[in-house]
Design a protein around this ligand. Structure first.
Ligand code: SF4
Length: 289
């Protein structure tokens, strides 16, 4: 008898849940609502909200927009976005996750406090990622973004250094990069690091590994752009080589489900529960034919 389990810890984190709830509340009022960037790194959930009336725009379109209502997603935005909104008479529905907001404020405070010393702020994160752009914006674009070891060469050796992390990076990766940066900075210079990886991501890592190990076959449901999705999927793959990343039910190689007795379905902080349920149902339907 085939057993299919959905990981109870997978699915939207509270930041994404709140952003989507805010969007739905606004859309229920029947007024036009724009969203700056994809509300969540999941094209299927974005399509669902677009059908309800949400209009996704990019920063170029945002700059040309006037007299409208715009939702800012959980990733947050740099100060320049708020300035544009003010200039263009845009009403902002701010769904920046409180965890990201707090991090933006911490970085901004540190940048202001250390402005007159010979210092630099480093952010461990993915260059160009929306959250990282919002964080770098707190330092007037001065923060140095590093993701991999070779990027450390961009960090000056002879400056006091303050290191933060994008909220959705892996804790393990953060610790490794902090060690490398600390070794890179000259003795006598300060090198302080602040672990700002979000608990919603860090705590899921162990749990998802155990979940992956406990099933013969794993389908990890996640959009291609999700940063924490990549980390969580890598953990699944490490613990269970028969792990497959899919965006939705249409990506499932159903033939794989024929020779197993236990299948696990899990996902990232941007994966809706209903999508994992749809995947489960698709497998059930196929196996009951
Ligand atoms: S992963 Fe954490 S910081 Fe990012 S949106 Fe979710 S709750 Fe907020």
């Amino acid at each position: 008898m085939l057993k299919i389990e959905i990981d109870e810890h997978s699915g939207f984190c509270f930041g994404v849940t709140t952003a989507i709830k805010k969007a739905e509340e606004e859309l229920n009022k029947g007024e036009a609502l724009y969203c700056l960037g994809d509300i969540v790194h999941n094209s299927i959930e974005c399509d669902r909200l677009e059908k309800l009336g949400l209009i996704t725009i990019n920063h170029e379109e945002f700059a040309k927009l006037h007299n409208a209502k715009v939702l800012l997603r959980a990733h947050g935005e740099p100060p320049a976005t708020y300035e544009t909104a003010k200039r263009n008479n845009l009403e902002i529905i701010d769904a920046t996750c409180p965890v990201v907001l707090k991090l933006q404020q911490r970085i901004n405070k540190k940048w202001q406090e250390t402005n007159n010393e010979d210092s630099q702020i480093v952010i461990y994160g993915q260059a160009g990622h929306a959250e990282v752009l919002g964080l770098v914006g707190q330092t007037h674009g001065e923060a140095i973004v590093v993701e991999k070891k070779p990027h450390i060469e961009n960090i000056a050796k002879d400056k006091n250094t303050y290191i933060y992390s994008q909220t959705t990076k892996s804790l393990e990766g953060y610790k490794l990069i902090v060690n490398e940066i600390t070794a890179h900075i000259n003795e006598g210079k300060r090198c302080e690091s602040f672990n700002t990886v979000c608990g919603q991501v860090a705590n899921r890592l162990n749990g998802i590994g155990e979940f992956a190990k406990s099933h013969e076959l794993i389908f990890f449901v996640c959009g291609k752009k999700s940063s924490n999705g990549r980390i969580l999927f890598d953990e699944c793959k490490k613990m269970n080589p028969r792990s497959y990343q899919i965006e939705g039910p249409e990506d499932i190689d159903l033939k794989l489900t024929l020779d197993v007795e236990s299948i696990g379905i899990c996902g990232a902080t941007s994966t809706p529960k209903w999508l994992m349920e749809n995947c489960k149902q698709t497998i059930i339907n196929y196996n009951n034919k």
